[in-house]
Ligand binder design. Structure first.
Ligand code: AMP
Length: 286
């Protein structure tokens, strides 16, 4: 496995692969790898000749006061996990390498970023889009792999690629969960034992909402209230948002008439966890 810390090194490896007619896949990550990331890497390996994984805790997507400084960093374990999976290129740049001076150019996607994390983390998606655009220019992948865990991010990046004609196919990968249903996340490492036990309420509440939709409930307010009540039973949980949005522009709906996303963000202590589920009213029980 090649490990590149500079943009030039990474470009050399991927350019050589492209010249040899090999397809290049990219899995962008912030490291602290878990089975969710590994599922993206495996999929990339199965579909591309060269698999590149980027490992970069991107400072421009964190607001002051967020967890940039204490975000889990585990380079040695991440490197070993990538090597074991047969990753060809690990791109692990420093912040100085990616942002050598003041950044005057940003990518901003409108509308899809109005709600959910776009509303409660102002500037977050500008940081994400800008770093993903940079990674796409550096690696020039044929395909890039993103998790449905970050459903809004996936939609925003897909739109950026379409609007700005990036020659890359975005591949969506399903959410990987722990046995009890909690979506895997690097931020789960912040949870103490009691918080970890409580956090299962997120996936349970989303599942409960899915069952209600299957049983004919399509009123967004009622569904959100059910989820809110279930989560509020956990004393450690502090809700950031619970929303039901359509899946193109991520705008809130009042009635679920087509497949919609129920998305939430909830704090347990200082850990802000997100999760989502797609509900489809045409999947109602007869
Ligand atoms: P992160 O390192 O958290 O920025 O995530 C890097 C990529 O892994 C993103 O595309 C995430 O959506 C994806 N990812 C993170 N957690 C999961 C999960 N539990 N299941 C599937 N994909 C995930």
């Amino acid at each position: 496995m090649d490990i590149a810390e500079t943009i030039d090194q990474a470009r050399q490896t991927t350019a050589a692969a492209r010249r040899a007619g090999r397809t290049v896949g990219l899995v962008p990550t912030m490291g602290a790898l878990h089975e969710g990331h590994l599922s993206l890497i495996r999929r990339c390996r199965s579909e591309c000749d060269l698999t590149a994984v980027s490992l970069f805790v991107n400072p421009t997507q964190f607001a002051p006061g967020e967890d940039f400084d204490r975000y889990p960093r585990s380079f040695a374990a991440d490197r070993d996990a990538c090597a074991a999976l047969g990753v060809d290129l690990l791109f692990a740049p420093s912040a100085g390498q990616m942002y050598p001076g003041d950044l005057l150019t940003w990518v901003h996607v409108n509308r899809i970023t109005d709600h959910l994390c776009g509303a409660t983390r102002p500037g977050f998606f500008d940081g994400v889009c800008t770093v993903v655009a940079k990674l796409f220019h550096i690696i020039q992948p044929d395909r890039a792999y993103f998790g449905e865990k970050d459903a809004q991010q996936l939609a925003v990046v897909t739109r950026m690629v379409a609007d700005l004609d990036f020659p890359v196919e975005i591949r969506a990968c399903p959410i990987v969960r722990d046995a009890d249903g909690l979506a895997l996340s690097s931020r789960n490492r912040y949870l103490d034992l009691a918080q970890r036990r409580s956090a299962v309420c997120l996936s349970r509440a989303l599942e409960q909402a899915r069952r209600l939709v299957a049983a004919g409930q399509t009123e967004a307010t009622a569904l959100i209230e059910t989820i809110r009540t279930a989560i509020a039973r956990e004393p450690q949980a502090r809700i950031d948002y619970i929303s039901i949005v359509e899946k193109e522009f991520f705008q809130p709906v009042t009635v679920i008439e087509a497949p919609c996303l129920i998305a939430l963000a909830v704090y347990f202590g200082t850990a802000r966890l997100i999760d989502n589920i797609t509900v489809d009213p045409s999947n109602q029980r007869p």
